[in-house]
Ligand binder design. Structure first.
Ligand SMILES: CC(C)(COP(=O)(O)OP(=O)(O)OC[C@H]1O[C@@H](n2cnc3c(N)ncnc32)[C@H](O)[C@@H]1O)[C@@H](O)C(=O)NCCC(=O)NCCS
Ligand SMILES: Nc1ncnc2c1ncn2[C@@H]1O[C@H](COP(=O)(O)OP(=O)(O)OP(=O)(O)O)[C@@H](O)[C@H]1O
Length: 198
């Protein structure tokens, strides 16, 4: 079974494109969703996050105070590194479990915002990078999340530049709103199916 990482900077269209692969029958692991899940279910992790960032990291009902944490980590690299070090081991474990469940599939996709930054692309056989111009991505996220331009830019600033990731990727999908995306996805799907047969 082939493991394919799928990434792209903020607003590039990772989730949208991952859903199309799902429609083609490909199992997709959403690392960002899994991170949010373990952050509210893993008691050791919850205690570690409270210790590192204060009890305000969680609301009274036990849900994650994303706004509070975002304000800390997206404005300070050391704080983000601290959060990553706490959360990522639990996400890696979940990915291994997911892999185990889908051994019969020709290939699986690991969708992750920070596939390259976290080094987890090394656990994959191939990596897809989704690209779109910065201005397009900023506008998409401002619209989707009702965030300010400055909020989106601070998240982008915490990510490796798009051009550098393109160099590390095996495959690229251009999702600039102009080029057709579905044919690019189908071409890669065929490629991965043929690679998985070899
Ligand atoms: C800080 C948190 C609570 C903010 O949640 P929120 O729902 O507001 O934002 P969301 O998760 O959708 O992230 C917004 C964007 O920020 C970027 N981003 C998220 N995590 C990271 C990170 N660790 N490093 C760099 N950029 C990141 C991504 O482009 C993402 O699309 C959340 O992002 C988080 O818990 N991040 C740490 C865990 C993590 O590393 N997740 C990603 C991969 S496992
Ligand atoms: N080709 C496109 N044309 C128009 N809108 C698009 C296109 N691709 C994605 N979008 C929209 O842009 C927004 C961002 O897409 P999506 O959520 O898939 O990106 P993402 O890379 O997963 O984002 P993030 O890194 O913030 O989690 C969504 O509202 C989505 O509907």
């Amino acid at each position: 079974m082939l493991k394919v990482g799928l990434t792209g900077n903020i607003g590039s269209g990772k989730t949208t494109i991952a859903k199309v692969f799902e429609l083609l029958g490909v199992p997709v692991f959403y690392a960002d969703d899994e991170a949010k899940k373990v952050m509210v279910t893993d008691d050791v992790l919850i205690a570690g996050i409270k210790q590192a960032f204060g009890n305000e990291a969680y609301r009274g009902d036990g849900s994650l105070n994303r706004k509070y944490i975002s304000n800390i980590v997206f404005n300070n690299k050391a704080e983000l590194d601290k959060l990553n070090a706490l959360v990522h081991p639990a996400v890696f474990r979940a990915f291994e479990q997911f892999d185990g469940l889908h051994q019969a599939a020709p290939y699986v996709i690991r969708e992750a915002a920070i596939l390259f930054e976290s080094g987890s692309y090394k656990m994959c056989d191939r990596a897809i990078m989704i690209t779109a111009p910065l201005e397009t991505r900023i506008n998409r996220v401002m619209l989707r999340d009702k965030l300010s331009r400055a909020d989106v830019e601070s998240r982008e600033a915490r990510q490796m530049p798009q051009d550098e990731k393109v160099k590390l990727a095996n495959d690229v999908i251009i999702n600039d709103g102009k080029q057709l995306v579905i044919p690019q996805i189908l071409r890669l799907h065929e490629l991965y199916l043929s690679l998985s047969r070899n």
